[in-house]
Each structure stands twice: as C-alpha cells, then as structure tokens.
Design a protein around this ligand. Sequence first.
Ligand code: UD1
Ligand code: UDP
Length: 360
Amino acid sequence: VQVVHVTGARPNFPKAAPVVRALGARGVRQRLIHTGQHYDERMSDVFFRQLGLPEPDENLAVGSGSHAGQTGEVMVGLERLFVASRPGLVVVYGDVNSTLAAALVATKLGIPVAHVEAGLRSFNRSMPEEINRLVTDRVSELLFATSPDALVHLGNEGVDPARVHFVGNPMIDTLLANLHLFDVPLVRQQLSLPERYVVATLHRPANVDDPGDAAELTKALHTVADQVLIVLPLHPRGRASLAAAGLFPHPRIRVVEPQGYVEFLSLVRGARAVVTDSGGVQEETTVLGVPCLTLRAETERPVTISHGTNRLVTREELAEAVRALLVTQRPAAGWPTPPLWDGRAGSRIAEVIARFVGAG
Ligand code: UD1
Ligand code: UDP
C-alpha cells in the first residue's frame, strides 16, 4: 500500500474525505484506518455515510480514555498494522489524539508522515490540541497548510519551506461539495425551530469540564436564551456537567443529539448567529457568511476573524454580542473567503502526495 490515512475523531472525517477521493481518482493505492477514538453512530458512522468515505479497512476501536491511555492504545494498534504492512506514507489530519499517536508511530518506524492542517497555533499549551499540533508538525515530512499564518508559524519554528505546501482547506472542499444539500427549511421543520434561532456547540475542556465553568457558561447561555431560541447539538463531552449546572430546563434552549454533517450545516446556514468553541465551525461559518461568536480566549484560526465573520468573546460579553447581531442586517453580498478555500485543496494535496510516493 502506498498511502495510509489515519482518522479517529469527528473533525477528521470532513478533512479526510476530499483527500481520499482525490487520491482515488489518481489511482493511488490507499487504506483508511479508523482508530475508534469517536465511536457513537452520530460522532462517526453518519459522516462516513454522508461524506462518501469508504468503510475503514481497519477499526482499532480504542474508545475513550485518559490522554495517555487513548494515545497509547492507538500507538500500539497502529504499530502492529504498520509493521505488518509497511505503508509508503501515513497521512494524519488536524490535532486530535489519534493524529499525534499516528505521527509518532510512523515516524519511529521510519515511515514518512504527511500532516493535513499543519502550522495552526493557538499558543496556548494548556490546550491538548496545541501539544498535538506542535509534535505532529515537528515529525512530519510533508506539511499541508490551510492558511497563510500557518506558513509563518512553521517558518518561525525552522521547518524547511520545501516540506511545506499551502494547499487551502479540505474541510471547505467538503462544505462546498455538499452546499446544495444544506436545506434550512427542512432542518427547521425536523427540529420544529422558529425562523429566528441561534446554534451553539460547546465541548472544549476549558468550557465544560469544570463544574464552575459549566455553571458560568450555563448562566451566559440562559441570558442569550432570554432573547432568542438556542439549538444546541451537544457533544457527549460536557453533557453531564452542563446538565448538572442546570442548562437544560429553559424554554428557549433546545438541546439535541450531535447532528449529522448535512443536518448540522443546514442548521448553521439558517442561524442568525453561531456560538461555538469548535475549530471547524469557525471555518464553516466564515465560508457560509454566518456570524460566529467564539467562546475562547484565542483562536488558532485567525483568518476566520480577519476574512470572515468570527469574533472572540467572553462569557460575560456573549449576551450583548448576540443582541447586537440580532438587530444588525447582514450584508447581502458574499463575504471574502480566505485564500485557496476554493474547494480544490484535496486535489492539491493529492498531487503532492502522488509525486511523493512516486505515483504521479
Ligand atoms: C476530541 C479532540 C478535540 C476535538 C473533538 C471533536 C483530542 C485530545 N480532542 O475531543 O480536539 O475538538 O474530539 O469532536 O483528541 N464520547 C462519547 N462518544 C464518542 C466519543 C466520545 O460518548 O463517540 C465521550 C466520552 O465520554 C469521552 C468524551 O466524550 O470520554 C471525550 O472524548 P475524547 O475523544 O477523549 O475527546 P473529545 O472531547 O471528543
Ligand atoms: N459537526 C457536525 N454535527 C455536530 C457538530 C459538528 O456534523 O453536531 C461537524 C462540523 O462540520 C464541524 C465538525 O463536525 O466542523 C468538527 O467539529 P468539532 O466541533 O467536533 O471538532 P473541532 O473542529 O472543534 O475539533
């Protein structure tokens, strides 16, 4: 096998789909591994179905655990597979524990690693994802950057520019390929939503793990819900702490299961505003032109602020920020899109990979 893709968690799937498709079109021999980091049907299977990803060739079924436990289990499982059938290149996506684990295993076996979404930096090392990004980039042979700031960070860290490729954003390839399926009236009908609503997604440990944070967040969301209905497709992380903080029983907070990709982006498309701590959602709202309020102190995706509609807010600022958006008319013209977020990142990545493995 020439190329092995390692995926494991929800944000990996929309990033991998266009790369797998573009390499397939070039006739490159490839295999897809699922680590099983995410395993609920709504966190995993639905994406394979909706995004046309092939069934994984292997599923390591590692499940949930501590950082060391989860990362270690992925490493042991992948080492067995890579020793048994040595790939020419291992492709990893984003910044989750499965990404880091795969990069470490491959590089120690002398197998080159390609990192899709290299060079993003929050400069906040209390975020587990920041550690995963730093280490993964350090050991990667091919670094695929989605935005110009990533090129600057990798340059500052001394990465050889010959290894870095500015290719655009495969997550946005997936969004643009499915845009025609994002049906606002349908999803509003399915979830019985009024015309005016806000979507929220929250799952960062810094927002939901600690009961004190969960209580403050609940207070902030209730103040928003006094103005407008919030629909909240809730990630399994934080469900218990937000429930304990009393989030759910509010007449204008609609907590729903994690949504399928098409349903979720339909919801976002029709929303007056989005409140989030997700990485991917900051990017998707940028392209859809939906105002996004990010409940974080910093973002590793600054182009969503400079080119898009994103703004960082504190819990204290949230209600007023939503109020302001509800009374502002959105410009009818499209928003400027970050460079190369044009739907062709997957084919640019495939071109470089095919050359690298000698299949181009
Ligand atoms: C992971 C990523 C995070 C990403 C998020 C996207 C790491 C360190 N974090 O966080 O960067 O933003 O995915 O969704 O890799 N759980 C389920 N069902 C599942 C998966 C998880 O119930 O299918 C629950 C379990 O209780 C688990 C918890 O969610 O302990 C956290 O899962 P985990 O994969 O460790 O991290 P996420 O918070 O999902
Ligand atoms: N997403 C989805 N349904 C949901 C929430 C998210 O389909 O209920 C999609 C959406 O496309 C998002 C992606 O999953 O960009 C990954 O989001 P998540 O917030 O889980 O991860 P992050 O980008 O923060 O790492």
